[in-house]
Design a protein around this ligand. Structure first.
Ligand code: DQA
Length: 151
């Protein structure tokens, strides 16, 4: 699994803690690695403040990763490039947000990513990530068992 974190998420823990909580990004990544390993999966994590770096990472995931969990952060609301990269690679993708973007300022209500994701999890703080990764693993297993039955 590839887990991508967008801009400013490197500041988690000290960035607007009343909105984003007090858990650091490293602690979240550690939790995700543990969750995956307990289910015989592996997680690679990357944070970037740069749209092009995230696009490159999504493109590079093709043929390497089975699933993508992404918190595109502010790029959620602006990036056609990230959306197009996800659509291009056709890797099942879950969109994750710590805060409930639909409850916040109107400019956060629209996501360019949602239409190319299998689902979106938001509003549960750091738990959004573990819920998102678990949803992705469950979705992939269900797909694989449907494929095995059809063969
Ligand atoms: C965020 C929500 C975005 O609107 C914001 O720009 C972020 C974080 C979240 O995880 O709640 O940087 O993606």
């Amino acid at each position: 699994m590839l887990v991508l974190h967008g801009p400013n998420l490197n500041l988690l823990g000290r960035r607007e803690p009343e909105i984003y909580g007090s858990v650091s990004l490293e602690a979240i990544n550690q939790k995700l690695r543990q969750l995956a390993e307990a289910q015989n999966a592996r997680v690679t994590t990357l944070q970037s403040n740069h749209e092009g770096t995230l696009v490159d990472a999504i493109q590079d995931a093709f043929g390497v990763h089975d699933g993508l969990a992404i918190n595109p952060a502010a790029y959620t609301h602006t990036s056609v490039a990230i959306r197009d990269a996800i659509a291009a690679i056709e890797i099942p993708t879950v969109e994750v947000h710590l805060s409930n973007i639909h409850q916040r300022e109107p400019f956060r209500h629209h996501s360019y990513i949602a239409p190319v994701a299998i689902g979106q999890i938001c509003g549960f703080g750091a738990r959004s990530y573990t819920l998102g990764l678990q949803a992705l693993l469950d979705w992939l297993r269900a797909r694989d068992s449907r494929t095995a039955q059809a063969e």
